[in-house]
Write a protein that binds this ligand. Structure first.
Ligand code: AMP
Ligand code: MG
Length: 401
């Protein structure tokens, strides 16, 4: 039995970053950049008004106040997307709208609220400093700047930035293809009638969703009964994927065939059994470039071990390093116990109350109780040598998202 830390190290050693592909900008959300993005121009490309008002020479307004406004002559108008024909010289102003090119000569904008106009004259009631209400060229992005490095996870903000850099397509890392097999003769497809002793397959659906959440491309190979021949057939089919996830059949029972079938399929085992609870009998092996995870059948074990071992593998395949969960300090609201000699992952619900976080452990921490995962938005990783933590103590909760 090895520690989770050691297991993770072994998994990461086997991961290779996947090749890249070009996608349309609007398909790049939640993908990972496979290229450095430089700007070919300044953003904005010109000095522009940041407010609706009057483009002026700041010096002209020095003496302006409510009782003694400065009066300037309006010589032109500029709206967004257009440039005024006239320039601004002392004693003159151009009426200007947000986003319009700042006319030549002007170095500030007085906002409408501080003015009053009549015919072709405007009274300025407040002085402005040079550069006031102007957004200068290159203020957002400078020409030649590396705006987004390779490995960046593309969120809505990055999509917007790529658009303002005029990128119609971007190079992203290919999504890892993940095959999912549920093993167990008791498993039934949701929607089908349930015979005595049978249960619905939930693992492959939860795992499918976890893969999607991590940026992978899952495929449910389906349910395979505890039959060596059938399982071997399906496993061989699934070994063309980047990752193969199996759930169930990986512990010590008479019908736990996964290890043996994987061996027959040519999968080289790198570990079996990790010192964690839930999910000790987790298996990991490789065949060529395919990473193979045998996750225990209990729904919580399968989900938690995905979080701890599969998610980092998918992230690393995508060139992402940020698989670690955020941690938040919280007050434990009920005593928790570790009855194993393994690192124990306690599912908790984190609630904010008056600026403080409270952690409520799920009422049942059994690995067959999937409701504990539905309950939880966080987990507490109790080290193997900590026997219990009393209610009221401060704990670190790792956020599940
Ligand atoms: P196993 O790891 O195959 O010994 O399974 C452990 C427990 O998890 C048993 O009670 C199984 O019925 C249950 N189980 C296994 N696979 C699934 C699945 N795909 N969905 C829901 N429960 C499962
Ligand atoms: Mg089973």
């Amino acid at each position: 039995m090895i520690s989770l830390e050691k297991a993770l190290e072994i998994v990461k050693r086997e991961v290779k970053v996947l090749p890249s592909e070009k996608v349309k900008l609007l398909s790049s959300l939640n993908r990972v950049l496979a290229e450095d993005i430089y700007s070919e121009f300044d953003i904005p490309q010109f000095n522009r008004a940041a407010m609706d008002g009057y483009a002026v020479i700041a010096q002209d307004t020095t003496s302006a106040c409510l009782t003694h406004p400065v009066v300037l002559k309006i010589v032109d108008e500029a709206s967004a997307g257009f440039k005024a024909k006239s320039s601004v010289s002392s004693g003159k102003a151009v009426r200007i709208m947000t986003g319009a090119i700042l006319p030549e000569g002007a170095d500030a904008v007085v906002m409408f609220e501080d003015t009053e106009s009549e015919k072709d004259e405007v009274k300025i009631f407040r002085s402005v400093k040079q550069g006031r209400n102007v957004s200068f060229s290159g203020e957002d992005v400078k020409k030649g700047e590396k705006v987004l490095p390779r490995g960046t996870f593309i969120r809505p903000a990055e999509v917007g930035m790529l658009a303002s850099l005029s990128k119609e397509e971007v190079c992203v890392v290919k999504k890892p293809k993940v095959a999912i097999i549920s093993t167990g003769s008791e498993l039934t497809e949701p929607g089908d009638a349930l015979k005595e002793g049978k249960i619905y397959d939930s693992n492959s659906f939860a795992l499918f969703s976890q893969v999607v959440s991590c940026g992978g491309q899952p495929e449910r190979i389906g349910i395979v009964p505890d039959d060596e021949k059938e399982l071997l057939l399906k496993v061989k089919e699934a070994l063309s994927f980047d990752i193969l996830l199996l759930s169930g059949g990986v512990s010590m029972g008479k019908y736990d065939l996964v290890k043996e079938v994987l061996r027959k399929a040519g999968v080289r085992m790198l570990f079996w059994k990790v010192a964690v609870k839930p999910g000790k009998p987790t298996f990991f092996g490789v065949r060529n470039h395919t990473l193979v995870f045998g996750l225990p059948g209990y729904p919580v074990s399968s989900m938690i071990n995905f979080e701890n071992l599969v998610k980092p593998a998918i992230f690393e395949m995508l060139g992402r390093k940020d698989y670690k969960r955020f941690k938040i300090r919280a007050t434990l609201k009920e005593e928790i116990k570790n009855t194993s000699n393994r690192e124990n992952f306690i599912r908790v619900k984190l609630i904010e109350q008056e600026g403080k976080y409270l952690a409520y452990p799920a009422p049942s921490q059994k690995s067959g109780v999937l409701k504990s995962m539905v309950w939880a938005n966080g987990i507490i990783a109790l080290p193997k040598d900590v026997r219990k933590v009393e209610s009221g103590k401060q704990v670190l909760v790792e956020i599940l998202s």
